[in-house]
Write a protein that binds this ligand. Structure first.
Ligand code: RB5
Length: 150
């Protein structure tokens, strides 16, 4: 699968490990940065990965910051993007099955690397269920459209 990954300085080392993990599993991973532990701003990387998903450069995205919150908030500002913050695999799986999330986010200061790998696996192995869930996702889209200003 084509996967985009992004992080801020707080999660640089975890991003490197997850990138290597996914690459070793045969995924085609595009790294949207950050590329060092130098302090940076998480919205930049949330937007980059969200745009890559929106434009079809990648199928799914993985975002990591200190908590997963800031970077997911930024990604969710891109129209049509659903980024879910998770700290365990069940929510990661359900975020795809029921909420059709295209991006998973987690916090390098919240969980360890083994949990991060389990969350990533659960997210990538899950498929959207459609049906009644698609209708609810459509309702989210309608809210987004009502408040669109551009
Ligand atoms: C950086 O210190 C930290 O604020 C950031 O990684 C993230 O946790 C924000 O949500």
């Amino acid at each position: 699968m084509k996967i985009g990954i992004g992080c801020d300085h707080a999660a640089f080392s975890m991003k490197e490990e997850i990138r290597a993990y996914l690459t070793a599993k045969g995924h085609e991973v595009t790294d949207y940065g950050t590329y060092s532990e130098a302090r940076c701003d998480y919205p930049v990387y949330g937007e980059k990965v969200a745009l890559a998903v929106k434009n079809g450069e990648v199928e799914r995205g993985v975002l990591i910051c200190g908590t997963g919150v800031g970077i997911s908030l930024a990604a969710n500002k891109v129209q049509g993007i659903r980024a879910a913050v998770c700290s365990e695999p069940y929510t990661a799986q359900m975020a795809v099955r029921h909420n059709h999330a295209q991006i998973i986010a987690f916090g390098a200061r919240v969980i360890g690397i083994d949990m991060a790998k389990m969350i990533t696996d659960a997210f990538l192995e899950a498929s959207c269920e459609g049906g009644r869930h698609a209708k609810r996702v459509e309702l989210i889209r309608e809210i987004e459209a009502r408040f669109r200003t551009e």
